[in-house]
Design a binder for this molecule. Structure first.
Ligand SMILES: [Zn+2]
Length: 177
């Protein structure tokens, strides 16, 4: 073995003078300097000290991470229009604020009294068309634009491995007013 070949402590990176020490650390055999040997090699009885003077063994390479399934790429963000969850409350309050009867509003908005009542009381969701009429008339928001999970992906570098938390965030659809 050539003495000219410098060896470095696999824990602190310091050049190793002399034969160095081999210790087992978390299942991997590592070559360490005197200082790290003092620090890690002797502390716990669980470490088995290997004979010194051999070529350093490489630590086993970490297992390759599974590659993520490539998702189909969409040219444009996909928007869907959705009725807000509390549409009934919003419509009901707007009707109260207007101080008008369902009959009056029916004529002005262009919806039947029954439809107006059903929506205001939450018996059914308004259609997008109905919601637009109500929005315009009462100047309220009933339709939400929901953007599907497209924009986020563009900002993520290719080699980025998301954590579980990131994945959860990405999957949550981005809501836009
Ligand atoms: Zn060291």
């Amino acid at each position: 073995m050539s003495k000219a070949k410098p060896r470095y402590c696999e824990i602190c990176g310091a050049p190793i003078r002399g034969p160095g020490h081999r210790i087992r650390l978390e299942g991997a055999e590592v070559l360490v300097c005197d200082r790290c040997y003092e620090k890690y090699g002797r502390k716990k009885s669980g470490f088995s000290i290997m004979p010194t003077g051999r070529e350093p063994m490489r630590r086993p390479a970490p297992a390759p991470r599974p590659k993520r399934e490539p998702k189909p790429y969409r040219e444009k963000p996909l928007y869907t229009e959705e009725i807000v969850e509390d549409f009934a409350e919003r419509v009901y309050k707007a009707i109260q604020r207007s101080g008008k009867s369902y009959e009056e509003l029916s004529h002005e908005i262009g919806l039947s009294v029954n439809d107006l009542r059903a929506i205001a009381h939450g018996y059914r969701e308004p259609t997008i068309k109905e919601a637009k009429k109500l929005e315009r008339y009462f100047k309220i928001t009933l339709i939400e634009r929901v953007e599907e999970e497209v924009e986020e992906r563009k900002t993520i570098p290719k080699d980025y491995e998301p954590t579980l938390g990131d994945i959860a965030n990405i999957r949550i659809r981005k809501r836009k007013k």
